[in-house]
Design a protein around this ligand. Structure first.
Ligand code: ADP
Length: 634
């Protein structure tokens, strides 16, 4: 009853409770990850202290040898992980290990798939690593003291991983954190020396802090003599991976390091490791993930590289080293030139950082280019996951526009499949003689694009057209302007000038259909900007075209969705005078019937593009009266 007077019992926040429940009952197929998570936390705590000590050396309390220790007690059935990092005070313990107001936890729960293996892989990604302790333990004790505070400020946290935890003061000489897991009866292999060593090697080789375990010292002791003194020895490699020469690092080591920096469980698609020397000196190790993170489209997504200066950890998520459209890249940059006390504010204005950013951007684009040519299947995965983000590139990064354009992938009439797997270079390679433009059509979805009446003449002449239906495509095409010296042309915009032959045919058509065009123009005056005949249609009676300088329908929707006022602009109705419907219209003497038919043709052109009718009821009424008339004729 002595120490317990100050002990306080608190309830876990609901979400934490749900999570714990999940850990305990279902995330069972990959138990060993708890060790990776806890060692990773210990190494982060050491990195943090190292960084803080740069400006306040007293925090080190005279001890600057950093290490993580893993102790096993087979009889007591425990595993203990101890670090001499930054530690936590009482409030931090409650905040970090109890009440969890972390957005990650809720997001984690929302993203659960029900598939145990996949769900356990999510744990790290959502930053709920500490709780993985309860996969193997039915009781966890955390002893910790914050660096720089008196021994009396130690804290003991305890929980059975159910609904509550307790917290009590503790006298603790040693700074840092010690986590003891009381292993469940079916997890006792984690008290086994060999087993634990192999897990540490597997996950923590690349961590720059030594992870040590007790090892009997070498001795020549004879039988009957005192057993040799045991000492702690490093189990892992413990050199910062990126500082080692490339040819000495195995793919497995690169992959393990990726998991450490990204918290992703899957292997990366590719990586690039470079040491730059000369005017600026830095090392970078950049990875392309295989899968988009859950928050890729959230404004507050954490992004950026881990920044080190001369091997000292400075900050996570240093976002100044890459543009926003490459926010999916993970990795490390270690500079020899930046000052150790560099802050986010300084990074924002620093000209060295600017130069590094531009070099790193090029490096990522080159890495993607290489992936596309050497591992097309992996590139297809990349495109599916991150293509939409890359499409932001041409607007954000004018200088690299052409390079980014080369990395884009599209559906086209060449394959007529929804898969976006054709590059602009592929398209240009197939261009017809005399063709000087890259044609594209934009629609709400792939099928509408593929069936657009605007494509008729292109299909007839065998000219390829890009089929675009992503939300940002219209906008993207406006940014791109040209590729390989060829400009882009929306097939539903402006007049169509395919070749001389078509131009002549167009002139002839104009003369022949003057009267019809004029009649139609009068009837549809309120709806369209202009009526004109076209050679672009072969099967359809009419289509709608955007004026050369007017805004496209998709762009309009995009802006309206963003809450912007968009000025109204009318479309142009292009007609196919050779079509039987138009010929019937031309012959129609009854003005009222002519008007009804004209409206129907206009409305149908709009429907064919996936557009919405302004007055659908009127359309139905007109069509019905026509149908009735037909039935009366019989
Ligand atoms: P994450 O590490 O992704 O933030 P965790 O649940 O693993 O999530 O840890 C929660 C927080 O608890 C950490 O962010 C850190 O502030 C604190 N923490 C965990 N382990 C340690 C440790 N060994 N030393 C100091 N702080 C720790």
């Amino acid at each position: 009853m002595t120490a317990d007077v100050n002990k306080q019992t608190l309830g876990f926040q609901t979400e934490a409770r749900q999570l714990l429940h999940l850990m305990i009952h279902s995330l069972y197929s990959n138990k060993e990850i708890f060790l990776r998570e806890l060692i990773s936390n210990a190494s982060d705590a050491i990195d943090k202290l190292r960084f803080l000590a740069l400006s306040d050396e007293s925090l080190l309390e005279g001890q600057a040898d950093f290490e993580i220790r893993v102790d096993l007690d087979k009889e007591g059935k425990t595993l203990t992980i101890t670090d001499n990092g930054v530690g936590m005070n009482r409030d931090e313990v409650v905040e970090n290990l109890g009440t969890i107001a972390r957005s990650g936890t809720a997001a984690f729960l929302e993203n659960l798939t029900g598939d145990q293996k996949k769900d356990s892989q999510l744990i790290g990604q959502f930053g709920v690593g500490f709780y993985s302790a309860f996969i193997v333990a039915d009781r966890v004790e955390v002893r910790t003291r914050k660096a720089g505070e008196p021994a009396a400020n130690g804290v003991l946290w305890e929980s059975h991983g159910e609904s509550e935890f307790s917290i009590a003061p503790l006298e603790r000489e040693q700074r840092g954190t010690s986590i003891t897991l009381y292993l469940k009866s079916d997890c006792l292999d984690f008290a086994d020396d060999w087993r634990v060593r192999s897990v540490i090697k597997k996950y923590s080789d690349h961590i720059s802090v030594p992870v040590k375990m007790l090892e009997p010292a070498k001795s020549d002791a004879e039988e009957g003599e005192e057993p040799a003194q045991q000492e702690y020895k490093a189990v892992n490699e413990a050199t910062a991976l990126w500082t080692r020469p490339r040819n000495e690092i195995s793919d497995d080591e690169y992959k393990a390091f990726y998991r450490h920096v990204s918290h992703d469980f899957e292997d990366p698609l590719t990586w690039s490791h470079n040491k730059v020397e000369g005017k600026q000196e830095y090392t970078s190790l950049l990875y392309i993930p295989r899968r988009a993170p859950f928050d890729l489209w959230q404004r507050d997504m954490t992004r950026g590289l881990k920044l080190y200066v001369q091997r000292t950890f400075i900050m996570d998520d240093a976002e100044q080293f890459l543009p926003l459209y490459l926010r999916f890249v993970k990795g490390v940059v270690d500079s020899s030139d930046l000052p150790l006390n560099v802050s986010r504010e300084i990074l924002q204005q620093d000209s060295q950082v600017e130069a590094m950013r531009s070099a790193l951007t090029k490096r990522v684009l080159d890495m993607l280019g290489k992936l596309a040519s050497k591992q097309p299947e992996d590139y297809a995965t990349f495109w599916k996951e991150f293509g939409q983000v890359l499409k932001e590139g041409p607007a954000e990064d004018f200088g690299n526009r052409e390079k980014i354009a080369g990395l884009l992938r599209f559906s086209t009439t060449h394959t007529d499949k929804p898969e976006q797997d054709q590059s602009l270079a592929d398209y240009v390679g197939r261009m017809q003689e005399g063709q000087d433009k890259i044609y594209y059509v934009v629609a709400e979805n792939f099928n509408t694009a593929r069936k657009s009446p605007h494509l008729e003449v292109f299909r007839k002449k065998g000219i390829e057209v890009l089929l675009l239906s992503d939300r940002v495509d219209d906008w993207l095409m406006n940014q791109l302007q040209e590729f390989d010296g060829k400009s882009f042309q929306d097939v539903a915009r402006g007049t169509l000038e395919l070749d001389d032959e078509a131009k002549e045919a167009q002139e002839q058509l104009k003369k022949d259909s003057e009267a019809l065009v004029e009649r139609l123009g009068k009837v549809l005056e309120a709806q369209v900007a202009e009526v004109r005949p076209t050679v672009r249609l072969t099967d359809s009676p009419a289509c709608l075209v955007v004026g050369e300088y007017d805004m496209g329908a998709q762009m309009r929707r995009l802006l309206e969705a963003a809450g912007q006022q968009v000025p109204d602009s009318k479309l142009i109705l292009e007609i196919n005078p050779a079509h039987p419907l138009l010929q019937m219209l031309d012959a129609e003497q009854d003005e009222a019937r002519f008007a009804d038919l004209a409206h129907i043709i206009f409305d149908q052109a709009s429907l064919a593009e996936g557009g919405q009718l302004e007055d659908p009821a009127a359309y139905v009424e007109r069509l019905n009266s026509l149908l009735l008339e037909l039935s009366r004729r019989d």
